[in-house]
Every structure is written in structure tokens, then in C-alpha cells.
Design a protein around this ligand. Structure first.
Ligand SMILES: Nc1nc2c(ncn2[C@@H]2O[C@H](COP(=O)(O)OP(=O)(O)O)[C@@H](O)[C@H]2O)c(=O)[nH]1
Ligand SMILES: [Mg+2]
Length: 440
């Protein structure tokens, strides 16, 4: 007869390897291993330093699938004086986990103590008497049957994983279609709002620059220069730049949303700023001439007196020279005054030109963005409809497969139920037999 096989198992660092080598020395007639398919006994080791957790219980279940004799062990009791508490907690957790562990014995061991003697006797005694039991072979066989029957019942009652996966894919398709459509609408609105702010700032900046440039031109204006034409040329250029900026923004928004840019509407007709106000001020001009003449006369008299003083014999020439100087100065004063007046007029006019242009460009930005938003929203809605149609088609395929599975499951339900109840009867019988042996 071959040597009985004892598996020692437990969570990492529980002290399994140390316990295996200690048991090999203590029980030379047995095969002590860490893994075996069908052991005669299982030692489940947990460290006195750590409570039992869910993953530890899975290790125990796996090891004891075909073995009824399972002994619980708390290791390293030399280093942890509170080990009885740990042992009692471990026992409670394991008992709660499965009814079959109700009668499982527990012992404390110190297989490789840091200080002091090895403590192994209680475990060795439990193993020896357990392995000697005449009913062990039968109990282990029944335990293997119990596990096999439970596996078959689990397989029959397990949820249909394909159907679960199909349901998951269905939910995801619906969710992503919904998110996509909500995102598109929100993104379009946000992008247009940002574009509007940016373009209004551009209009403001360009108009401020234009105003400054035209004010400079007006300050330098000379007779004969057509500042009206210069201002019109520059305003056209600014309008063309803003128009191009709006078109670029619309293309950018469309690109961001994966839509095609709507065609640009025909260029907007700009408001004609009109001619500068007529110089008009007749009264002022006349007043200027009178004042200029008075000033000239004063200068003429003063100059004549000065010249007469210098050359008393040539009074007539002095009077003539004085009159000429007076006349020249009077003409110059009137002319300069006229020039300054015209420059001020041009300056006011260029201010009005820029204000009109600004209002026009702001209206252009607003109307172009509004029509772009409308066109893009329509295209996006069409796109969403296409996506929705594709999603619907995908859902129809999934639903058809789900229906197929449901029908197949419904037709198989009779035989499956019969098989399940037979398996459950068999399991009950195996457990009853196990109980009778344990109790008896
Ligand atoms: N104090 C003490 N330490 C132990 C005992 N048994 C094992 N150890 C220590 O616990 C650690 C893990 O031991 P090991 O046998 O390798 O655990 P395994 O990972 O379960 O195989 C090692 O550092 C051992 O020295 C013991 O009885 N007493
Ligand atoms: Mg080890």
C-alpha cells in the first residue's frame, strides 16, 4: 500500500514550507507535499499574524475538493502570544464559510520557531489518528463525489455568459449613441460661443488700429490728398480680413466636429460712411478773413513805421513794404487756419467711418456665425440620425441573438430541470451518507 499523501496549503508566508519540512521529519512514513490532486489529508495553515480572508478560503476549498480530512493550523505561535484568539477567529470564519468545515479540528504549531522549541505534537497526533480512521477512504471518495456533483449543478445553473455579454454590448451601444448625440449638440454650442467672443475681439482690435492710422493720416492731411479714398481702401481691407477670419473659424468648428464646412454666404454690403461734412462754416471763414486782414493791417503799420524809422527819406517805399509784409502774413494766417479746420473735419469723418465699420463687422460676425450654427446643427442632426440607424441595426442583430438563446434555453428547460433534480438528489444522498459516517 502506498504512503498516505498529506497536502499542506495556505496563503503566502503562512509558513507552509517550514511546516512541510517539519512534518516530513515528524512523519517519515507519510508523503508530505504542498500540492496533490487527491490527498488523503489536507493541512490548512494560516499565520498567527494575519486574519483569514476570502482568498485564503478559496485556497482551502481548492485543496479539499477530494478530501474529507482537513485540519486547520495556526502557525508561528512562538512569535504571537495572542494566537488562541487568532485561531478562534479563523475557526469561526471557516465554519461560516461552509457547513463541511463544522467539525474541522484546529491546532497551533511552531514549525520553525525563532526561539524556543518546535511545537508540532498536537498536529502530528491529529494527522496520525485522522489517517488511521477506517472510514477515511470512503469519506474522501464521498467528498470527491460531492465536489463533482456540485460542479455539475453549478454549470447547469450558471447564468448564460453569452447572453450576459450580449446584454452588456447592447447597453454599451445604447449608451454610446446617446452620449455621442448629447456631446455633439453641446460641443457645437460651446465652439460657436467661443468663436463669437474671439471674432468680436478681432473686430474691436482691427477697428482701433484703423482709427489710429486714419487719425494720423488726418493730422498730416494736405490739400489735394483724397483721404476719403485712402480710408475706404483701408476699411475694405479690414472687412476682407474679418470676413476671412470668420470663414476660417467656421471651417475650424466644422473640422472639430467632423462635419463639412457650410458654403460661405455672399459678402455683406457695407454701410456707406458718406462724405465728410462740407466745410460750410461760411461765417467762420469770413470772420477769419476779417481777423486776418486786421492782423495784416497791424503788421503792415508796424512794419511801415519800423522801415520809416530806419530810412526817414523813403517813407513811401516803407509804407509799400509794410503793406506787402502785412498782406503776406494775413494770407498765411487765413490759409493755415483753413488747413487746420480741414484736418479736424477729416479726423471727425474717419472716426465716423471706423464706428460704422465696427458696427457692420459685428453684425457680419453675428449673422455669419448664426447661419453657420444653423447649417452645422442640421448636418449634425442628419449625422446623428445615421448613427442612430446604425445603432438600431446593431441592436436588432443583438436582440435576434438574445431571442434565439432565450428560445433555446426555454426548450432545454425540461430536460435540464430533470437532470438538475437528479443531480440534487444525488448530492443530498452523498451528504447524508457523509453526515452519517461523521456522526456515527
Ligand atoms: N517565528 C516563526 N517564524 C516562522 C515559523 N514558520 C515559518 N516562519 C517564517 O515565516 C516566513 C515564511 O515561511 P515559509 O515557510 O517560507 O512560508 P510559506 O510562504 O507559506 O511557504 C519565513 O520567514 C519563516 O522563517 C515559525 O514557526 N515561527
Ligand atoms: Mg513556501
Amino acid at each position: 500500500m502506498s504512503a498516505p499523501v498529506v497536502v499542506v496549503t495556505g496563503p503566502p508566508f503562512a509558513g507552509v514550507s517550514a511546516l512541510v519540512s517539519a512534518l516530513r521529519t515528524a512523519l517519515p512514513g507519510k508523503r508530505i507535499v504542498e500540492h496533490a490532486d487527491q490527498p488523503d489529508a489536507v493541512v490548512f495553515a494560516v499565520s498567527a499574524a494575519a486574519p483569514v480572508v476570502g482568498s485564503d478560503l478559496r485556497i482551502l476549498d481548492d485543496a479539499a475538493r477530494r478530501t474529507d480530512l482537513v485540519i486547520g493550523v495556526v502557525t508561528k505561535i512562538d512569535a504571537h502570544t495572542d494566537w488562541p484568539t487568532v485561531a478562534s477567529d479563523a475557526r469561526t470564519v471557516v465554519q461560516k464559510h461552509a457547513a463541511r468545515y463544522r467539525w474541522m479540528p484546529w491546532a497551533g504549531v511552531a514549525a520553525a520557531p525563532g526561539t524556543g522549541d518546535q511545537v508540532l505534537k498536537e498536529l502530528v497526533d491529529l494527522l496520525v489518528s485522522g489517517l488511521d480512521s477506517p472510514t477515511l477512504a470512503r469519506r474522501n471518495r464521498l467528498r470527491a463525489d460531492e465536489s463533482a456533483l456540485s460542479d455539475q449543478i453549478d454549470a447547469l445553473t450558471a447564468p448564460d455568459t453569452v447572453a450576459v455579454e450580449l446584454h452588456r454590448r447592447r447597453d454599451e451601444a445604447v449608451r454610446s449613441a446617446r452620449t455621442l448625440s448629447a456631446m455633439r449638440v453641446r460641443d457645437l454650442r460651446i465652439l460657436v460661443r467661443h468663436a463669437r467672443i474671439d471674432l468680436h475681439q478681432q473686430v474691436h482690435r482691427r477697428c482701433v488700429d484703423l482709427r489710429a492710422a486714419l487719425a494720423e493720416e488726418a493730422a498730416r492731411w494736405r490739400r489735394g490728398v483724397d483721404l476719403g479714398a485712402v480710408a475706404a481702401g483701408r476699411a475694405d481691407r479690414v472687412a476682407a480680413e474679418v470676413d476671412a477670419a470668420v470663414a476660417a473659424k467656421v471651417r475650424e468648428i466644422a473640422g472639430d466636429l467632423g462635419l463639412s464646412a457650410p458654403p460661405a454666404p455672399p459678402p455683406r454690403v457695407m454701410t456707406d460712411p458718406g462724405e465728410p461734412e462740407p466745410s460750410g462754416q461760411e461765417l467762420e471763414t469770413r470772420l477769419m478773413i476779417v481777423l486776418g486782414a486786421g492782423f495784416g493791417l497791424g503788421v503792415a503799420l508796424a512794419a511801415a513805421r519800423l522801415l520809416a524809422g530806419l530810412a526817414p527819406e523813403a517813407t513811401a517805399i516803407a509804407a509799400g513794404g509794410g503793406a506787402a509784409v502785412g498782406l503776406l502774413l494775413a494770407a498765411w494766417v487765413v490759409r493755415v487756419r483753413g488747413l487746420l479746420h480741414s484736418r479736424a473735419r477729416w479726423d471727425r469723418w474717419t472716426g465716423a467711418v471706423t464706428n460704422t465699420l465696427r458696427a457692420d463687422l459685428q453684425a457680419l460676425v453675428a449673422s455669419r456665425l448664426l447661419s453657420a450654427e444653423t447649417a452645422l446643427a442640421a448636418e449634425s442632426a442628419a449625422e446623428r440620425e445615421k448613427v442612430a440607424a446604425r445603432t438600431q441595426a446593431g441592436l436588432a442583430v443583438i436582440d435576434a441573438r438574445l431571442r434565439e438563446r432565450a428560445i433555446a434555453a426555454a426548450t432545454a428547460v425540461g430536460p435540464a430541470e430533470r437532470r438538475l433534480s437528479a443531480l440534487r438528489d444525488a448530492l443530498r444522498a452523498v451528504r447524508a451518507e457523509l453526515d452519517s459516517i461523521t456522526v456515527g
